[in-house]
Design a protein around this ligand. Structure first.
Ligand code: SF4
Length: 318
């Protein structure tokens, strides 16, 4: 049985992210192969960051094209404090240890400390709506100033009973023009990442087709950040979508999606690599594909986040 780090699906995620590096556990390597590997990778320390040695959790070596040292640790368990008390022994070595799920205080879609609490009035308005009335309400919505600036509201795409629901931030120019979330280069990267996990945005099988929706349905002009009142008015639509889909896993991509769903105002770097609980639904936070295109050195972190998502979806640890 191959080591979990050599799991083809995990390697496929790496490949989809454009990281043609195979992270291989020391113990999975033949001693001769390891000896041959180390001299071939000058500058790559055998023990990253003074981490554990061979056989210890987190003792990994890079094979193939090397990442710069400042990028590599995110893909290795050495990037996470080895003494993390909440590291789950049941977790696959491919997924870095994560803190204990902050279930008690993060199980609410209305964020504690978020600048824009959800509008209760809007929540009551949309709570009883099924898919088509909800879609119609969204396309006719003028509840915030973005409604008069958009070309098209971007409601969402995918399977209405998807096992995995992806939550993005707000439409950009292309999304506004086409009425679909995650198009263009960022959408392509997301599709590749999903494909590596055996998922897509179009299909008949709810186990293999995601549902994708944004926190904000209308494009903020000039791609500016959504404002608190806009989030407050729009978030109830997303909440209703989640209630209708009832996914087994939520994946929040980008700061606004992460903060809206976790209820935390912390930066995304502190929200990721945790198994959040959104009203009983596991929630994983990661970077937005558009950010990953601008900051490719963080793709390795997104890989770790997708591994965590896969672990949660398949009931492994955490
Ligand atoms: S962004 Fe949301 S709340 Fe604002 S007009 Fe569009 S659909 Fe309505």
């Amino acid at each position: 049985m191959p080591h979990p780090l050599l799991d083809p699906r995990r390697l496929a995620v790496l490949h989809a992210l454009g990281l043609d590096t195979a992270w291989v556990p020391r113990e999975a390597l033949d001693p001769a192969e390891l000896a041959a590997l180390l001299p071939a990778a000058p500058g790559v320390p055998a023990r990253r960051g003074g981490g554990p040695g061979p056989g210890a959790r987190g003792g990994v070596e890079a094979r193939g094209t090397e990442l710069p040292p400042d990028q590599a640790p995110a893909a290795s368990a050495a990037a996470v404090p080895a003494a993390s008390p909440a590291a789950s022994p049941a977790a696959s070595p491919a997924a870095p240890p994560v803190p204990s799920p902050p279930r008690a205080d993060a199980a609410r879609p209305v964020a504690q400390g978020t600048p824009a609490p959800m509008s209760e009035q809007r929540l009551q308005q949309v709570r009883a709506l099924d898919w088509e009335p909800l879609r119609a309400l969204t396309h006719e919505c003028r509840a915030c100033k973005l409604g008069s600036m958009r070309h098209r509201a971007v409601f969402g795409v995918g399977h209405p009973q998807a096992r995995v629901m992806v939550v993005g931030e707000a439409p950009g120019a292309e999304e506004d023009r086409l009425g679909e979330p995650f198009v263009g280069a960022a959408g392509k990267l997301l599709d590749n990442m999903l494909r590596a996990c055996g998922l897509s945005r179009a299909g008949e099988d709810p186990a293999r087709t995601v549902y994708i929706a944004n926190v904000i349905k209308c494009r903020p002009p000039g791609n500016r950040n959504p404002e608190p009142d806009e989030i407050a008015q729009c978030l109830p639509i997303l909440q209703r979508q989640i209630e209708l889909v009832r996914p087994r896993l939520l994946l929040a991509l980008g700061r606004f999606a992460a903060q809206a769903l976790t209820g935390s105002a912390e930066p995304i770097g502190r929200l990721r690599q945790r198994a959040w609980d959104w009203h009983g639904t596991p929630l994983v936070v990661s970077y937005h594909p558009a950010y990953l295109l601008r900051t490719p050195q963080d793709k390795a972190k997104a890989w770790a986040d997708l591994c965590l998502a896969q672990d949660l979806l398949e009931g492994r640890g955490h």
